[in-house]
Design a protein around this ligand. Structure first.
Ligand SMILES: C[S@@+](CC[C@H](N)C(=O)[O-])C[C@H]1O[C@@H](n2cnc3c(N)ncnc32)[C@H](O)[C@@H]1O
Length: 256
């Protein structure tokens, strides 16, 4: 897949950062010295952490060069490291590992969550949020359009970039044995967007990437035209012309 685009991602910065704020609100720890923001992206979530714990050492980790460049510009006094969290472990003394909107992209994320949780010191926190929206129209329609000719074969694996999240009970059974407190909840947001085209702009920065990145420019344009038309049929305007983009997300806060 092509690198992430910080610019595209940040088009909806306020809406995308909302779940990070809601997740952080449930992390109660006051005396925190070392925090790691995994999948820090352009630094929007890292900035929340730095504001919440101004005395702490905050490190951001990401695989994307473009995201890291943006994060370093935004928070020049904090450390950002290029690393894949599948091969990363929290250093000694880590108090909080924060992971907003990353684990849905990580292979075997359940096992990775258990590995990271187990590596935390006693009292350490792992706070996670993942979109749980693959069955919602914005994502179902990506798969529907991907199954059309002429790109059906090229996009045969696109949907596999992300797996459906298991039920909360599966996370509970996996993680409860390695922690002393585990809080799991869902929130459904209804983001107010300008129009149906904004839904497409939103997913272009995230979930649509595996579907459009493999296509040549002409095919990509045709794919997007069909996808946009189908999105407009489903995401109908409210009387004021705007569109509500329903978005379900799974949250977990685990204390080791
Ligand atoms: C949707 S963005 C989330 C950005 C930010 N945390 C936020 O709250 O908005 C997901 C980020 O995870 C990064 N990412 C995906 N897989 C990763 C991995 N295995 N290791 C580290 N970073 C990864 C991507 O590069 C991207 O910047």
């Amino acid at each position: 897949m092509a690198d992430w685009s910080a610019q595209q991602y940040l088009k909806f910065e306020d809406e995308r950062t909302r779940p990070a704020r809601d997740l952080l609100a449930q992390v109660r720890q006051k005396h925190v010295r070392q925090v790691v923001d995994i999948g820090c992206g352009p630094g929007n979530s890292t900035e929340l952490l730095a504001r919440r714990w101004p005395q702490a050492q905050i490190t951001g980790i990401d695989t994307s060069a473009d995201m890291l460049r943006q994060a370093r510009e935004r928070l020049p006094n904090h450390k950002f490291i290029e690393a894949n969290i599948s091969h990363w472990s929290p250093p000694d003394g880590t108090d909080v590992v924060f992971a907003n909107a990353i684990f849905q992209w990580v292979p075997d994320h359940l096992l990775q969550l258990k590995r990271l949780a187990s590596a935390l010191p006693e009292g350490g926190v792992l706070a996670v949020q993942m979109p749980d929206n693959l069955d919602q129209p914005s994502h179902a329609l990506m798969r529907e359009v991907a199954a059309l000719e002429p790109w059906r074969e090229t996009l045969a694996n696109a949907a596999g970039a992300r797996d459906l999240l298991p039920a909360p009970g599966v996370y509970y059974d996996t993680l409860q044995p390695v922690c002393r407190r585990l809080d799991i909840w869902h929130t459904i947001y209804n983001h107010v967007l300008d129009d149906a085209a904004a839904v497409v702009e939103w997913v272009k920065g995230t979930g649509l990437r595996p579907f459009v990145d493999p296509l040549e420019s002409q095919e990509r344009k045709e794919f997007l035209d069909i996808y946009k038309a189908r999105i407009a049929e489903v995401y109908r305007p409210q009387p004021d012309g705007r569109v509500l983009y329903e978005f379900r997300r799974l949250f977990m806060v685990l204390v080791r």
